[in-house]
Design a protein around this ligand. Structure first.
Ligand code: ADP
Ligand code: MG
Length: 329
């Protein structure tokens, strides 16, 4: 059974200016021990998916679809059940760990809290677990006495990872976990996450705009544009032989892991992703697409089979793979 199975997820923020359809009909599946990489430029809806999976969105936000976590729909869970699931079921590591910790509480206390509450451990048991968790993320156990300001950015991110692992979740969501770190530290934290994921057999949703980082850690990739998945498949084949023109542009923009020159927007791709309140007709990528033709402004392509275990939402792909048999992605 899949750890996570998302079907037809749509998330619409309600704002003074009107509805913001940030995620529009997304399907995702992650099996035990599998890493799904989610990529796409800033504003495509990646963090909105992460937030919806833990129901961390502003109140009033409209969420549709289902998100089955270990067979239970997160989207319809009671608040009490949800609190427990946020530690045992799925946990999140995100960018800017520096702001996520309480500055006036020792690291150890912050790590022990969920363990005491959710694992019903006493303080002594929790302390042993906290020491072990810190060592698991490559920090000496004595650092539990430190306050957050005594740690470097990379060390704080390690503590955030320890916190995400505290109650033994089945799914870890990592949303741009290394983006705020410098390149050397970024590589170390990535290596740590990948090792832990592997050792613990975790299912992981790894989110970043940087495709070269993603291909290093993921088994499969899902590429997002304007709130939809526009390409998906095995990580290496999607990265090395992208089928959707958007994925091609992304892959060309990030040729090597950690290359500083490519940390910004995809080079060679003009313009910006559309505002969710003004999504172009037809294929939402057509105004920026170097391969667009007439039909692209009127036909909104679904995901077509694009090779072994692969799908891509592009009319050119439909033509190239016409007659290919549908495979379950
Ligand atoms: P990503 O993580 O891919 O950069 P986000 O999920 O953060 O993208 O944002 C997707 C879209 O939703 C963006 O257009 C963003 O401006 C909008 N958005 C995000 N959060 C809110 C919010 N709380 N209210 C209204 N719009 C939002
Ligand atoms: Mg984001």
């Amino acid at each position: 059974m899949s750890v996570l199975e998302v079907k037809d997820l749509s998330v619409t923020y309600k704002t003074m200016a009107g509805d913001v359809p940030a995620v529009r009909g997304v399907d995702l599946r992650i099996d035990k021990g599998e890493v799904l990489g989610l990529a796409g430029e800033s504003g495509c809806g990646k963090s909105t998916i992460a937030g919806a999976l833990l129901r961390l969105h502003p109140s009033g936000t409209k969420i549709e679809g289902t998100a089955m976590l270990d067979g239970e729909d997160v989207l319809t869970m009671s608040p009490g059940r949800l609190r427990a699931v946020r530690w045992f079921g799925a946990s999140i590591v995100f960018q800017g760990a520096m702001h996520a910790m309480n500055p006036v509480k020792r690291i150890g206390e912050q790590l022990a809290e969920p363990i005491i509450v959710h694992k019903q451990a006493d303080e002594k048991q929790a302390k042993v677990r906290v020491g072990a968790l810190l060592e698991q993320v490559g920090l000496p156990a004595r650092r539990m006495e430190d306050y957050p300001h005594e740690l470097s950015g990379g060390q704080k991110q390690r503590v955030m990872i320890a916190m995400a692992l505290a109650c033994g979740p089945s799914l870890v969501i990592a949303d741009e976990p290394t983006t705020a770190l410098d390149v050397m530290v970024q590589a170390q934290v990535l290596k740590l996450l990948k090792e832990l994921q592997n050792d613990l057999g975790l299912a992981m949703l790894f989110i970043t705009h940087d495709l070269s980082v993603l291909v290093e850690v993921s088994d499969r990739l899902a590429i997002m544009y304007a709130g939809k998945i526009i390409e998906e498949g095995p990580a290496t084949s999607v990265f090395e032989d992208p089928q959707h023109p958007y994925t091609k542009a992304l892959a060309a923009a990030f040729p090597a892991i950690g290359d500083e020159r490519f940390r910004r927007a995809p080079s060679g791709l003009g313009g910006d992703p559309p505002d969710p309140m003004a999504i172009p007709s037809g294929c939402s990528f057509h105004p920026r697409c170097p391969s667009a033709f007439d039909d692209c402004s009127s036909v909104n392509p679904p995901l077509f089979v694009a090779g072994e275990g692969r799908r891509a939402a592009c009319l050119l792909v439909e033509g190239a793979h016409a007659g290919a048999k549908e495979t379950t992605a």
